[in-house]
Design a protein around this ligand. Structure first.
Ligand SMILES: [Mg+2]
Length: 422
């Protein structure tokens, strides 16, 4: 059986973990630069606050209604996610981290007599243990395929009687749920596909499950055919225990304010390179080329979006080298007098560090650079992000994005540990 564990309103719940006074209260979390609402607690949803609503539209109304607003705090969310995942490993050795707040587990149903009742009991045990260890509320869906486990999780979340756990282990139960699920709520069915399914008079998951898989394959593709099979309890998707290696790594952000100041933009780009290179090293890849992007605030201007792709002298993961090249590119793209709002970098043409084609004319990245980068990463992971950084990033990051409502990084920064007064 597949089990999908999904954290409820994850970002909002993370903010409530160290603020018990805010539990069962309306809480919203904003996107980067404090622009849109990207997460809402159940109480905020019940008040009618919409997803992706812009903050300036409803800020004063939310303050009147005593809704607590947070800027996004990804170091907190990443750390709490790792704790939830760690706890889940107590329940199964076969796990797939699907996203920051979702994990699939494989529960071996042949090893013991896990009938429906005991599966349900096991689901509650998972839910309660995570709540006890991490204070994170989760929903648990259990079913014979990953697609049905997603449906079970939806039931666990939306049907009060389930109390956060739903087991869909018989055709009767999953048909009941499929009848009540519109096709656009099925995992893997995009809005474009659901519009095309409507042309075939297929509106619910049950109608899709009853369609001829071969016909669906001809009309759509093999992925939709697999969804039909999975909806009928025939598992086609297996657990992906090893996360796929990224083929490109991008880091781009908006500035707090429009900027005409080249040195600030250069600092920002150096920081983005450092972040992207950290991820590159974490997955043990080298990159061969680099894309640098710069966006102006003037949408009508031909300078609105400019970019350049540069071939690196040799495949590498050296923050210093890539940062220097990115800075030179920005100097070419920058036009004095134009106000810029956003910059970014992309590391492209990635390959495994261990399988490099040797170059007759260049010895490639030195062992000394390897060691230096490893030390930088170790210091930053032990002592907190940005404990050590290249000087090109600048010391005072005035261009950094707006985070007016950021909570402390309770678990990942020594200076922001929660304090208890006795
Ligand atoms: Mg979630």
């Amino acid at each position: 059986m597949f089990c999908l564990v999904d954290c409820n309103s994850f970002y909002a719940s993370c903010e409530q973990v160290f603020r018990p006074d805010l539990r069962n209260k309306p809480v919203v979390v904003l996107s980067n630069n404090d622009c849109f609402i990207v997460a809402r607690s159940a109480q905020a949803k019940a008040m009618g606050i919409g997803d992706l609503q812009t903050i300036f539209e409803i800020k004063s109304w939310m303050q009147q209604q005593q809704v607590t607003i947070f800027s996004s705090n990804y170091s907190l969310y990443g750390d709490l996610s790792a704790r939830v995942m760690e706890t889940l490993r107590l329940f199964s050795s076969q796990v797939e981290i699907y996203s920051i707040d979702e994990m699939f587990l494989y529960l071996d149903d042949t090893s013991d007599s896990r009938a429906s009742d005991s599966m349900n009991h096991y689901g509650h045990q998972i839910k309660n243990t995570i709540l006890k260890h991490t204070a994170m509320p989760v929903s648990v869906g259990i079913a014979p395929t990953k697609t049905l486990a997603k449906l079970a999780n939806r039931a666990a979340k939306t049907i009060a009687k389930c109390q956060g756990v739903c087991v869909l282990d018989t055709a009767e139960k999953w048909d009941w749920m499929k009848k009540r699920t519109p096709v656009n709520k099925i995992w893997g069915i995009s809005s474009r596909f659901s519009a095309r399914l409507a042309e075939l008079n297929i509106y619910t998951a049950l109608e899709l499950a009853n369609a001829d898989p071969k016909y669906i394959r001809r009309y759509f593709n093999i992925c939709v055919e697999r969804i039909v099979e999975e909806l009928n309890g025939r598992a086609c998707l297996s657990l992906e225990e090893i996360p796929a290696v990224k083929k490109q790594i991008y880091c781009s952000r908006s500035f707090a304010n429009k900027s005409t100041h080249l040195p600030s933009i250069l600092n920002a780009v150096s920081l983005y390179v450092a972040r992207a290179c950290e991820k590159l090293r974490a997955q043990q890849s080298f990159c061969r080329s680099l894309q640098v992007l710069l966006y102006s605030a003037n949408y009508e201007s031909s300078y609105h979006s400019r970019h350049q792709v540069i071939q690196l002298p040799y495949p590498c993961d050296d923050t210093r080298l890539i940062s220097n090249i990115a800075r030179t590119a920005i100097q070419h793209l920058f036009k004095p007098g134009v106000a810029y709002i956003k910059a970014g970098v992309g590391l492209l043409d990635l390959s495994a560090k261990k399988q490099q084609q040797l170059d007759m004319f260049h010895s490639g990245q030195s062992a000394k650079t390897d060691q230096l980068m490893a030390v930088v990463d170790r210091i930053n992971s032990t002592h907190g992000k940005n404990s050590i950084y290249i000087a090109a990033e600048g010391v005072h990051k005035k261009w950094a994005m707006r985070q007016a409502y950021r909570s402390p990084s309770y678990t990942s920064r020594w200076s922001e540990l929660p304090e208890i007064v006795c």
